[in-house]
Design a binder for this molecule. Structure first.
Ligand code: SF4
Length: 355
């Protein structure tokens, strides 16, 4: 028996078909997804789910964050509670030791995360920070060889990337955050080009590049589309899609406290169509902006953070596990493919750390 589809259903499923056949979604396709009327939202999500399911089945990858150095950053990123211009009331502490970082990584395993993200608030890593993180990674890998490690330590050059790769870092995160045309509105201490160069340096080192976006900083739909297509061009393996949490004490504190969750769902679907076989991680702002619609986000995204964010609380891990179970989805086990469906195009094949 064949199932009849309406015009609106077929429009989005036709887009899914094209993407699954290997055609790149165009900027116009991406704009159309963002502009889809609410009455078509479930059709959009169903079509995005076809793509997500094709590449990732029903698996959800959990990432766990360790804030290894908090609130002492000389940069002025306007969204960030850890910047030098932020007066947000957050914990501020210097670099943790390698032993402390390795001890905190135990929590990742307890929470069923398959990737542990070690983050330092910094323009770029100091020699000591590189040493502490490298030592921590070696300790963690010795005890949990299947736990993937993602580092996020700011701008990086080729030598620094090589140091982290030699220590066993699997992935490095450095977000583009927003389009080049909007960059000066959200940061003046480094440039969009600096960020692109770091993503390139990570890729050259053979570490899997992770880079994403923050939605809700006053950007236009065209700028959101631009970042998605730029990330596709940069061939990043993993794309965290963050939704701004406007934090008191930061320059962006007066942005809307809530993004319409239906808008947020369309953004996730746009990223799935635009970067179909890449890990799309529904990241910061999930609880705040998606509210009761969080589960729908996992029809486009295939990864989330479990437990807390860098300076903001997340929901209880038990709620995340229950949500995944209720959807009939499953948590990606330790040693899983790390959210990317094929070996990283940037990883030296003979030394591949992900499969
Ligand atoms: S470089 Fe990172 S830690 Fe520093 S202000 Fe920007 S986002 Fe925050």
């Amino acid at each position: 028996m064949t199932t009849a589809t309406t015009g609106t259903e077929s429009r989005w499923h036709e887009l899914a078909e094209r993407v699954l056949s290997g055609e790149d979604a165009s900027a116009n396709d991406a704009r159309a997804v963002l502009a889809a009327p609410n009455v078509e939202l479930l059709d959009v999500m169903a079509a995005a789910y076809r793509v997500r399911h094709h590449y990732f089945g029903d698996s959800v990858k959990l990432n766990y964050l360790i804030n290894a150095k908090s609130g002492i950053c000389p940069e002025d990123c306007h969204y960030c509670s850890q910047s030098r211009i932020s007066s947000a009331e957050i914990d501020r502490y210097p670099m943790l030791s390698a032993d402390e970082i390795a001890a905190r990584a135990e929590r990742a395993v307890e929470l069923r995360a398959s990737t542990c993200c070690i983050v330092t608030a910094a323009r770029r890593p100091s020699a000591r920070e590189l040493r502490e993180v490298s030592d921590a990674v070696r300790q963690v890998k010795e005890k949990h060889p299947e736990l993937k490690i993602c580092a996020c330590m700011g701008l990086l050059d080729d030598d620094e990337a090589a140091t982290l790769r030699a220590a066993g870092v699997d992935r490095y995160n450095h977000n583009l955050n927003t389009a080049e045309s909007h960059y000066e509105d959200i940061c003046t201490t480094h440039t969009y080009a600096d960020r692109v160069e770091t993503v390139d340096a990570v890729a050259r080192s053979g570490i899997s590049p992770c880079s994403g976006v923050i939605v809700g900083m006053g950007e236009s739909d065209d700028e959101l589309v631009h970042v998605a297509l730029e990330l596709r061009q940069l061939k990043v393996d993993s794309i965290p899609v963050n939704f701004l949490i406007p934090i008191e004490g930061t320059p962006l504190h007066d942005r809307p406290a809530r993004i319409d969750p239906r808008v947020a769902l369309r953004v996730l679907a746009m990223y799935r169509f635009g970067c179909p076989d890449r890990e799309i991680r529904l990241s910061a702002g999930r609880e705040v902006h998606f509210g009761t619609l969080q589960p729908l986000g996992l029809y486009a995204a295939n990864a989330i953070f479990v437990a807390d964010y860098l300076t903001e609380q997340g929901q209880a891990p038990e709620q995340d596990w229950q949500m995944i179970e209720d959807l009939g989805f499953s948590v990606e086990p330790l040693g899983g493919p790390m959210g990317s469906t094929r070996p990283s195009e940037h990883t030296v094949a003979s030394e591949a750390t992900i499969t």
